[in-house]
Design a binder for this molecule. Structure first.
Ligand SMILES: *[C@@H]1O[C@H](CO)[C@@H](O)[C@H](O)[C@H]1NC(C)=O
Length: 520
């Protein structure tokens, strides 16, 4: 009897801490899934009930997880968007804001139009305590939080950038906070600063001229009627998009920059890495254990497919990798003829477990943020061959910190890569730097996944954490820049000049008329 009572109490205690949480994927792709899954995993562990709009199935889901498949949204992206050969030939416009933002807007609209999502939004019995929504160049999905009238938390899958900061604070100084698509970082030259400023202005104007209207139309067409049906006056889209309680940012000073951040930006880079590293499959373990000269791990991530390298480059890559004493583990989607003895090709390799092995001495990567973070987590130096998006700026930062070398994705890639690998193997400084940054990465007061638990609960229990909101958001643009003061000063100066002129000319004129009088 007594036991039953305490059991009941325990259940009751747990129940009051469990909330209903909506997690929304914006980009249907493998790497974004890894990040969103990481948040979902933590929330489920904390006992919450999660509804997850996802692109790839969440495996071994407990009954507290409800999944809604939005993988279809990816179909609106142009097919050849992410392809090594197209990137080498510069056929993809990854560097223009308009291209990227239009694409993201199309994906987001498709997600809202998804019939299962529509069912969720239109069900008056559905309620959530908080919505955690992935943000990358697109804020339309914020309006889903407005449907449920619940606090909004952005989940930013890239390093700190002006796009996400400007949603919760003022627009940051482009000389210090670079854009996601930027190639500049660290100490900027005069021209680079000018370039960053220009890029920020272009980005703002792209929103103003092309993108905002797409969002507002979509909001008015798809979301506002649902809010009205729930018996509320639909707010304007602008009120919604600047209403986030918090940003959980996939960033950390060990991979990014020590820029200043608003109170409600929480850097949680690395949270997706499990504390318990999965053991290597037996065959792989034997290969790695026996690699006397160390292992070079080569993977271009989940989006870029190694088989997309042009045929000749593929052949030369294999030949070149065969010249090293080291064992090479290559994530590659097809088996190649004449593979040298030291090269092992597999279409799937457990990246974290490979990097965690003490014999892993080098990671050749595309410079995606997950890979850079994992290389820092495990203290392995890196060669970055960036292809698109934030891979350039991630690689540049790693190079600036001293644990990486960059190789360009050109038709010269094989020769350049050989030089880079030789340098990395012979010079111990890269490994030392990787270890230094690994220490910085690990030496934080709270683990990043525990921060997720804390801040999500904090936002819910303080009804949207309004106390963390930046005061800049409630101040109009002209006041923030003191344009009103500038205007008053300008008026005073103009009046003063006019008065002086008037006084001057009247004295002067008096003198003239006086002298005229005298001369008469
Ligand atoms: C803004 O967020 C708060 C909670 O965080 C919510 O109560 C309010 O309704 C939201 N306003 C709009 C316009 O969405």
């Amino acid at each position: 009897m007594y036991n039953m009572k305490s059991l009941y109490l325990i259940v009751l205690l747990c129940a009051c801490d469990a909330y209903k949480i909506l997690v929304i994927t914006q980009m249907p792709s493998k790497s974004h899934s890894i990040l969103n899954d990481g948040v979902v995993r933590q929330l489920l562990k904390d006992g919450h009930e999660v509804t997850y709009l996802r692109s790839i199935e969440y495996k071994n889901a407990p009954p507290t997880l409800r999944q809604i498949d939005v993988s279809d949204s990816g179909k609106v992206m142009p097919a050849a968007v992410i392809n090594i050969e197209a990137l080498m030939k510069n056929e993809v416009q990854w560097t223009t804001h308009e291209f990227v933002k239009r694409m993201k807007a199309a994906v987001a609209i498709k997600t809202v139009e998804n019939k299962d999502v529509q069912k969720l939004l239109n069900d008056p019995n559905e309620h959530f305590d908080v919505a955690i929504i992935e943000i990358i160049y697109n804020d339309l999905l914020a309006s889903i939080a407005a449907v449920f009238d619940c606090p909004l938390i952005w989940l930013s899958p890239v390093e700190v950038n002006s796009d996400v900061l400007s949603l919760i604070d003022e627009i940051p100084n482009p000389g210090q906070v670079s854009d996601i698509l930027s190639m500049n970082t660290g100490k900027l030259s005069f021209l680079q600063r000018a370039e960053e400023l220009w890029s920020l202005i272009k980005s703002q104007f792209t929103n103003y001229w092309y993108i905002d209207d797409i969002h507002i139309d979509a909001y008015n067409r798809l979301i506002a009627p649902i809010i009205a049906k729930r018996g509320r006056q639909p707010p304007s889209f602008n009120e919604i998009r600047y209403n986030a309680s918090l940003v959980l940012g996939y960033s950390h000073v060990s991979t990014g920059e020590a820029v200043r951040l608003p109170q409600n930006y929480k850097p949680i880079g690395g949270y997706h890495i499990d504390e318990e590293i999965q053991p290597l499959p037996e065959e792989l373990k034997i290969i790695m254990d026996n690699a006397k000269h160390g292992v070079i791990y080569f993977s271009m991530g989940s989006n870029l497919k190694s088989k997309e390298w042009p045929e000749e480059i593929k052949r030369n890559l294999v030949k070149m990798l065969g010249t090293f004493k080291q064992t090479v583990l290559w994530k590659f989607e097809e088996q190649l003829p004449n593979t040298p003895k030291n090269v092992y090709i597999s279409n799937w390799l457990p990246q974290q477990s490979v990097l965690a092995h003490p014999n892993c001495i080098l990671f050749i990567s595309h410079g995606g943020l997950l890979s850079v973070t994992e290389t820092v987590h495990f203290g392995v130096p890196m060669i970055g061959i960036p292809g698109f998006y934030d891979q350039f700026v991630n690689t540049k930062r790693a190079v600036n910190k001293g644990f990486a070398v960059k190789v360009d994705m050109t038709y010269n890639v094989v020769e350049d890569l050989k030089v880079a690998v030789e340098e990395m193997i012979s010079n111990p400084v890269y490994r030392q730097k990787a270890k230094e940054y690994s220490f910085i990465y690990h030496d934080r007061p709270v683990k990043p996944n525990e921060e997720i638990s804390h801040w999500v609960r904090h936002v819910i229990e303080t009804k949207g954490a309004p106390h963390l909101r930046s005061p800049a958001l409630s101040v109009p643009f002209y006041q923030r820049l003191f344009l009103d003061l500038a205007a008053i000063l300008l008026i005073i100066i103009v009046i003063a000049i006019k008065l002086l002129r008037f006084a001057f000319s009247s004295i002067f004129q008096k003198k003239i008329s006086d002298s005229k009088k005298k001369n008469r």
